[in-house]
Design a protein around this ligand. Structure first.
Ligand code: GMT
Length: 377
């Protein structure tokens, strides 16, 4: 099929899922066109046959805010028409589902019918989407999508709770290309570049937004390193990085905490990692945790949102109440203190990722696109 994918091109989970999905669809013989304002960070043109259409913004002094939705919907119309796309799959409702609705109307005027699949990812519903500033338009664009999917049961329930949704939301879990992680596991993992043989490595990966509670990550690690020789890798960039670095200094643990910035080498970083920390305020799914688990890493997280669907209590890791640093540190220590226990958690984590394998999830999206095609008027 000919599929258009609209997403944020950044390191955020929704952009990563959209990019990985597009590449997998292309490998399966579909013609995939990415439409976004920058080339998505994980888009690999060298290994996959893909098309990328950049949405350009025309600046004008009158505009305090540039009208991105207008430029995006115009670009969608242009690409759908020129390449005869059959489906537009938009990731993250704001403003993509709204822009897709507008594109669909403009195309109808030209006698072209296109189906819109909207995948809800999390903050487009929870922190941002349900805010009174956006709620009306978000609700409208969800209800006017042809198919709506959510990345967890928790997100589906939250969406139905916060909005008046008139259609069935289909849960399609985020996925992972397990083979990619298997390959990394079989390659040499140069742990000694970062830690001594007797030290454990803990990792946090996020966009360092307030929702990720990066100061809690530092506080948990502070407790852990008192009992277990260890290092912490902080991967990502974002507004709370400075706060985390200040706290790291204040607690006197700068020698053991490495801030590595944004990275496209997460598979490599995770191969060094023993334990992944995700103490988020909310997480519709927690793709970063799933990626860690695929790299055979145990997880300490909060029990918010969709995290209990990914991280299984006492099996792949532990889940605690939001902000319960003591409990998260205690659980981390209980996993890290003995090799045998750590190994068991790591193996369980890896095993659990099979539920989210690309091989299982890709056909579900293909079936959704097919159903759109069959009902095309
Ligand atoms: O929170 C982020 O890291 C960014 C955000 C996004 O949309 O890019 O992530 C959301 O979507 C991810 C992919 O579906 C989920 O794994 C994250 O849990 C979700 N973030 C939140 O719900 C806070």
């Amino acid at each position: 099929m000919k599929i258009g994918i609209v997403c944020y091109p950044t390191f955020g989970g929704s952009g990563v899922v959209a990019t990985e999905l597009g590449m997998a669809l292309a490998d399966n013989g579909h013609e995939v066109h990415f439409i976004t304002y920058n080339q998505p960070v994980r888009l690999d043109f060298l290994s996959h046959k893909l098309h990328f259409h950049q949405v350009l913004i025309e600046e004008y002094p009158l505009f305090q805010y540039q009208p991105y939705e207008l430029a995006l919907s115009s670009k969608m119309v242009e690409v759908v028409e020129k390449h005869e796309l059959e489906v537009l799959h938009v990731h993250y409702a704001i403003p993509h589902a709204y822009a897709a609705f507008m594109a669909k109307q403009m195309l109808l005027e030209k006698g072209i019918s296109i189906k819109v699949v909207t995948t809800l990812h999390g903050t487009d519903i929870t922190l941002v989407g349900s805010h009174p500033t956006y709620k009306t338009a978000v609700e409208f664009s969800i209800n006017n999508s042809d198919v709506v999917t959510a990345v967890s049961n928790s997100l589906k329930q939250t969406t139905n709770h916060l909005f008046k949704i008139k259609k069935e939301i289909q849960v399609v879990y985020n996925f992972i290309d397990i083979e990619k992680y298997d390959k990394a596991e079989n390659q040499e993992c140069k742990r000694d570049a970062l830690a001594k043989p007797n030290e454990r490595i803990l990792t946090h990966i996020s966009n360092f937004r307030p929702v990720k509670r990066v100061e809690d990550v530092i506080k948990i690690f502070y407790e852990v390193q008192k009992e277990i020789p260890s290092k912490l890798l902080m991967i990502g960039e974002g507004p709370d990085r400075a706060k985390a670095e200040i706290l790291t200094k204040k607690l006197g643990i700068t020698d053991n905490v490495f801030y590595l910035g944004n990275s496209t080498e997460t598979v490599k970083i995770l191969c060094y990692t023993d334990l992944f920390l995700l103490p988020s305020q909310t997480e519709s799914f927690g793709l970063a945790a799933l990626e860690a688990m695929a790299a055979k890493t145990a997880v300490i997280s909060t029990d918010t949102g969709g995290l209990p669907e990914v991280n299984i209590q006492g099996k792949t890791g532990f889940l605690s109440d939001l902000g319960d640093i003591k409990d998260m540190a205690k659980n981390a220590i209980s996993i890290l203190k003995e090799d045998a226990i750590l190994d068991q958690f790591k193996r369980n984590a890896k095993e659990h990722t099979k539920k989210f394998s690309l091989q299982n999830i890709l056909p579900v999206y293909e079936e959704i696109y097919n159903s759109c095609y069959k009902t095309k008027v």
